[in-house]
Design a protein around this ligand. Structure first.
Ligand SMILES: Nc1ncnc2c1ncn2[C@@H]1O[C@H](COP(=O)(O)OP(=O)(O)OP(=O)(O)O)[C@@H](O)[C@H]1O
Ligand SMILES: [Mg+2]
Length: 312
């Protein structure tokens, strides 16, 4: 479908999502002496919700950074359908249909509408000069993008807040703006890094329902990092578990929840066993664009299946 003439309503931007499988193979990332990802394999089946879980520091966000081009892997490959994503910059990966949200909210100042229009930018045809000069066609294109942004805002239940500055929104609504902005890129694969972290129970349930609707109505594939096993049990088809950068389990939520190695990882067994690369870890290495301020996430002492916040 032509992005500029997307039909009203929560219409998928593309109906060929079924053809596109995300396949990551042997993805390895080192931060100086730290092996953050150690040969990780992961496949997201088209149209499925796949959860990526693991204790704090397991490498989940680093894996997202590899998939979205923020952090090129030291080795390994990532393909989305026929397209090779490995080594491409984030804007190219977004243009190929992979959009993400960040663990920590990254919104610009301005209204909900302005933030969502930033998501449309990746689809904008008019170049910088044409936009600056206000050439014919630019205004029409902008109007079409704005209408689509409005539809997406309505879809995630932010329509009534479309013209509200994001600074005035609740935490839960700001997380929804992030989701809506990613949807504005018309992705076929959505990467959500802890979409309900820090939310109260009602906000979590609302977000879980929205994620389920995204899959059902838009037919997208979703890869979601989440600590809340209640939510995962409810929405995920498949779960991959990382620990110390290694994939230790993969399967249905129910199977993974009972896996002894997964339970051991969450209980903290073997916490001294992090595999190191050749050199010792420096005190403050920095290679990744995303910072990690404290987030209200569970720690290793809480095995999956005992998370608070969601009813089963
Ligand atoms: N830029 C960086 N420089 C050095 N080490 C990093 C960098 N980013 C992440 N790390 C380290 O890599 C490991 C994996 O971090 P990552 O943020 O991917 O974990 P995570 O599974 O997302 O954890 P959390 O659940 O706390 O969000 C951690 O030990 C972390 O400290
Ligand atoms: Mg993380």
């Amino acid at each position: 479908m032509n992005q500029d003439t997307a039909a009203p309503g929560p219409t998928p931007a593309s109906t060929d999502a079924g053809a596109e499988r995300l396949v990551a193979r042997a993805v390895t990332v080192r931060f100086a002496g730290l092996l953050a990802l150690d040969g990780v394999d992961l496949t997201v089946e088209p149209g499925s919700v796949h959860a990526l879980i693991g204790p704090n520091g397991a490498g989940k966000s680093t894996f997202f950074n590899v998939l979205s081009g923020v952090c090129p892997p030291d080795s390994g490959t990532v393909r989305f359908g026929e397209k090779e994503l490995t080594g491409r910059p984030p804007h190219r990966i977004a243009a190929l249909g992979v959009a993400r949200t960040f663990q920590n909210i990254v919104l610009t100042r301005g209204t909900v509408a302005e933030n969502l229009m930033l998501g449309r930018h990746v689809l904008t045809r008019a170049g910088f000069t044409a936009t600056a000069l206000g050439l014919p066609g630019v205004a029409r294109e902008q109007r079409i993008h704005r209408e689509r942004a409005r539809e997406i805002a309505d879809f995630v239940d932010l329509g009534r807040l479309f013209h509200t500055p994001v600074d005035l929104l609740s935490y839960g609504d700001r997380k929804r703006v992030e989701l809506a902005r990613a949807l504005c890129m018309e992705p076929r694969l959505l990467l959500l890094d802890e979409p309900v972290a820090g939310m109260n129970t009602a906000e979590r349930q609302r977000m879980a329902a929205t994620i389920a609707e995204v899959r059902a109505a838009l037919g997208l594939s979703v890869l979601v990092v989440e600590h809340d096993m209640g939510l995962i049990m409810r929405i995920a088809d498949e779960v991959t578990v990382l620990d110390f950068g290694r994939r230790i389990a993969c399967g249905t939520p129910r199977r993974v929840q009972r896996d002894p190695e997964v339970i051991r990882a969450y209980l903290g067994a073997g916490t001294d066993a992090r595999p190191a690369a050749s050199a010792p870890t420096p005190a403050a290495p920095s290679r990744q664009a995303e910072s990690h301020p404290p987030e209200p996430t569970p720690d290793r002492a809480r095995p999956p299946g005992t998370e608070a916040g969601e009813d089963r």
